[in-house]
Design a protein around this ligand. Structure first.
Ligand SMILES: [Zn+2]
Length: 390
């Protein structure tokens, strides 16, 4: 048994700050109260105890070329199959990839992240490679891996082959994530979404990452990328920087969630998702750090950037707690399939212990985490039975 004592605990889905103790037994939170104090004591005096983070969008493979393509256009960098990143991934040996991915996962743990949704390149082999690193090195992190296959990207795709690739991938990973509508046909998109729904897995796609993509989509199909994604049945949409017309209403009504990646959008010069409007529609977005070649997978940096850039772009002050929820409890309001599949715990009795402890540096625990927490301030991360002291 372990007691985390005297911390400011961010309790439940609403992250209510209260001074209390947490008793953990065999990886589960079994009591939260002022009076409990049993077993090994982890002193959290002067610290915040926060649910560990879910980084809802990464491409961990491009850890191998961090900062290598600075200043190039988004198409030159990430458009499959010939973008700088894809060529680098093809050239890299498995050993090079392993070292780079392992380092990024270590960094994620150090910065409070216990879960990440990776948009893995390299087909089935790419999925297996990431899984093998985590298994071999017993890395105490929870990957949610979405695969893709080159057969999706043919101009005239062989539907039979696409279906075979999806079936094989879904035996080994948690869902499928093609790049975007610029690279696949609507028929392929629909097949991916249907197969994933049938298997209760994640079907995700990048949409409305910048205005031109939305215009191109309307010119080709008469519909926005968001509309095509919702109509196809995708349950997780990434970016939504440039929603148009009733895009946000469609998302709000669908059993789908969105992931925002403001640092990536800014890094590529694509614009900033309208978070105040998104929250106003009752949508509870998740947050991700996207390409590791563009950004470090540090959720604290993403949260601080998001809080401040929204003030610049939309002249709106967003409650810091709403920003923090994007990396923690908003998963509870995600698409039903995704919430069930990921099952990320909050700090409540009966839930699994998935939390970190960080030194408090201000009068407001939410702002302390968003504005002031450096990697050195995180003293401990607990993911079920794994306890990592930093
Ligand atoms: Zn991405």
């Amino acid at each position: 048994m372990i007691t985390i004592a005297n911390g400011i605990v961010l309790y439940g889905e609403e992250l209510v700050a209260k001074n209390t103790n947490i008793l953990i037994d065999d990886g589960k939170i079994i009591e939260i109260s002022d009076s409990v104090k049993e077993g090994e004591i982890i002193d959290a005096t002067g610290c915040i105890v926060c649910p560990s983070f879910l980084n809802a969008h990464t491409h961990i493979g491009d850890s191998i070329i961090a900062d290598a393509a600075y200043g190039k256009s988004i198409e030159e960098i990430v458009k499959p199959p010939n973008g700088i990143k894809h060529l680098a991934l093809e050239e890299a040996s498995d050993d090079e990839l392993k070292i780079a991915m392992k380092k990024s996962m270590g960094f994620m743990l150090q910065t409070g992240t216990s879960h990440f949704i990776d948009y893995r390149e390299g087909g089935l082999d790419g999925v297996k490679l990431l899984k093998s690193i985590i298994a071999e090195d017993k890395i105490p992190i929870n990957p949610i891996i979405l695969g893709r296959d080159n057969s999706f990207f043919d101009e005239d795709p062989n539907i039979h082959q696409v279906k075979i690739a999806i079936r094989k991938l879904l035996k080994h990973c948690d869902g499928i994530a093609p790049s975007g509508f610029g690279e696949i046909t609507d028929e392929v998109a629909e097949i991916i979404a249907i197969e994933c729904r049938n298997k209760e897995k994640i079907a995700s796609i990048h949409v409305a990452e910048y205005e031109k993509l939305q215009k191109d989509s309307i010119a080709i199909s008469g519909k926005s990328e968001v509309e095509r994604a919702i109509n196809s049945g995708f349950n997780q949409l990434v970016h939504v920087v440039s929603p148009i017309a009733n895009d946000l209403d469609l998302i709000a009504k669908a059993d789908a969630n969105i992931v925002l990646c403001p640092r990536s959008n800014a890094g590529f010069g694509n614009g900033i998702s309208p978070l105040p409007e998104i929250l106003g529609k009752g949508i509870n977005p998740l947050i991700g750090t996207d390409n590791i070649m563009i950004n470090s997978p540090n959720i604290f940096k993403e949260l601080e950037f998001t809080l401040k850039i929204m003030r610049v772009y939309y002249k709106d002050y967003i409650a810091p707690k709403e920003i923090l929820k994007m990396a923690t409890s908003n998963i509870r309001y995600a698409s039903s399939t995704i919430n069930k599949l990921i099952n990320k715990s909050m700090i409540k009795e009966g839930e699994e212990a998935q939390l970190f402890i960080a030194k408090n540096s201000s009068k407001d625990p939410y702002l302390s985490l968003i504005n002031r927490t450096e990697t050195k301030d995180i003293t401990c991360l607990i993911n079920r039975n794994n306890i990592i002291h930093f």
